[in-house]
Ligand binder design. Structure first.
Ligand code: NAD
Length: 307
C-alpha cells in the first residue's frame, strides 16, 4: 500500500469574481481588478451581473450568490440596490459590515458566504492619505444615502469630533444620525435643517459631499463653496468625472480637496486584498483608475449614460 503524505490545500490558480447590482454595465471594476491581478501574476476574471440586463429583481441576489458559489466563484462585489439585502443572506459578517448594515463584498469561504464592507475602508484610507494633517473637529456631510452611510462611518471611526448631517430628505439625515450615534456614542452627531446649512458650512473644518450632484448628467454643486472657512477641506464621493464642479470651485479657492477616486480605488484595493490574500499596489491601481475614468467620461458624454 502506497503512503501519501498530507499536502496543504493548493492556493487557487484562477480567481473568478463578479459584481451584482443594477445599471452596472459600464462599471470600471472589471478592468481595474483584472489589470492589478495580472500585475500580481494572478489569473483573475471579473464578470458583471447587471440585474436590469438579467431582468432579475434585487431580491434575487441570494439566488445569484448561491449560483456563483456553485459555479466556483471566489467572491462577489455587491452594489446598489443590494448592499443591505445581502446582510440578511450571508452566513457570517465582518464586524464593520455588521455595524454599518451594508455589504459590498461576499467571499465564498469553504462553503460559507462571508460579508465584508470595503466602501468605508476605502474612504478612510483616502482621508488618511489625501487629507493628512487636516482638522476633523467639525465636519459637515451633505448627502446621507448609500455612499453617505459609508463616509459617515469612516469619518467617525477616523475620530471626527462633531459630524453634522444634511440631506434634502431630512428623514434620511435623521435615520443615519440615529444609527451613527448608537455606534459612536462618545462623538457628537447632529442633523442640519435646510435653512441652517449655510451656517453649518461657514463653521466647518471640512465638508463631505455624498449626493449624485456633479456627475456628468447631474450637474451642479450642493452647497455654496464661497461660505467655507479659508482652511476648510472639501471631499467629494462623485468620481465620474473626478474633477466635479465642487472640486473645481474648491480647488480654485485654495481649499485642500479629496476627489471621489480615492474611495473608489480604496474599496477595490481592499476587496482585491481580501479575495486574493495578496497586497495590491495602490498607486498603480490609482493611476490605472484615473485613466479608466478619463476614457469612461469621454464615452459617457458621447453616449449620454451616467452611473
Ligand atoms: P443615494 O441615492 O443612495 O444617496 C444620495 C443622497 O443624496 C439621497 O439621500 C438624496 O436625498 C441626497 N441628495 C440628493 N441631492 C441632494 C442635495 N442637493 N443636497 C442634499 N442631499 C441631496 O446615492 P449613493 O449611492 O449614495 O451615491 C451618491 C454618489 O456617490 C453617486 O454619484 C455615486 O456614484 C457616488 N459613489 C461613489 C463611491 C466611491 O467609491 N467614490 C461609492 C459609492 C457611490
Amino acid at each position: 500500500m502506497t503512503h501519501h503524505s498530507p499536502r496543504a490545500a493548493p492556493l487557487p490558480t484562477r480567481y473568478l469574481v463578479g459584481l451584482i447590482g443594477e445599471g452596472i454595465g459600464a462599471s470600471l471594476s472589471p478592468p481595474l481588478h483584472e489589470a492589478e491581478a495580472a500585475a500580481l501574476g494572478l489569473q483573475y476574471e471579473y464578470r458583471i451581473f447587471d440585474l436590469i440586463a438579467l431582468r432579475r429583481p434585487p431580491e434575487d441576489v441570494g439566488d445569484l450568490l448561491r449560483q456563483a458559489q456553485r459555479d466556483g466563484f471566489a467572491a462577489m462585489n455587491i452594489t446598489h440596490p443590494c448592499k443591505q439585502l445581502v446582510v440578511e443572506i450571508v452566513d457570517e459578517l465582518d464586524p464593520d459590515a455588521a455595524r454599518l448594515g451594508a455589504v459590498n463584498l461576499v467571499v465564498f469561504d469553504d462553503g460559507r458566504l462571508v460579508g465584508h464592507n470595503t466602501d468605508w475602508v476605502g474612504y478612510r484610507d483616502g482621508l488618511t492619505a489625501g487629507l493628512a494633517g487636516a482638522s476633523f473637529d467639525r465636519v459637515v456631510q451633505v448627502g446621507c444615502g448609500g455612499a453617505g452611510a459609508a463616509t459617515a462611518y469612516a469619518l467617525l471611526a477616523h475620530g471626527v469630533t462633531r459630524l453634522e448631517l444634511f440631506d434634502v430628505d431630512h428623514g434620511r439625515a435623521e435615520e443615519l444620525a440615529t444609527r451613527m450615534r448608537a455606534l459612536f456614542p462618545a462623538q457628537h452627531v447632529a442633523t442640519v435643517p435646510a435653512d441652517e446649512l449655510p451656517r453649518a458650512i461657514a463653521g466647518a473644518s471640512g465638508v463631505v459631499h455624498a449626493t449624485p450632484l456633479g456627475m456628468l448628467h447631474h450637474p451642479g454643486v450642493a452647497f455654496d463653496v464661497s461660505l467655507l472657512p479659508r482652511d476648510a477641506w472639501v471631499s467629494d464621493v462623485v468620481y465620474r468625472p473626478l474633477e466635479t464642479e465642487l472640486i473645481r470651485q474648491a480647488a480654485r479657492r485654495g481649499h485642500p480637496v479629496l476627489d471621489g477616486g480615492r474611495m473608489a480605488v480604496g474599496q477595490a484595493y481592499a476587496s482585491l486584498q481580501i479575495i486574493t490574500g495578496r497586497l495590491p499596489d495602490r498607486d498603480r491601481m490609482e493611476a490605472h483608475f484615473r485613466a479608466l475614468v478619463a476614457d469612461a467620461v469621454m464615452s459617457d458624454g458621447a453616449k449620454g449614460s451616467s452611473r
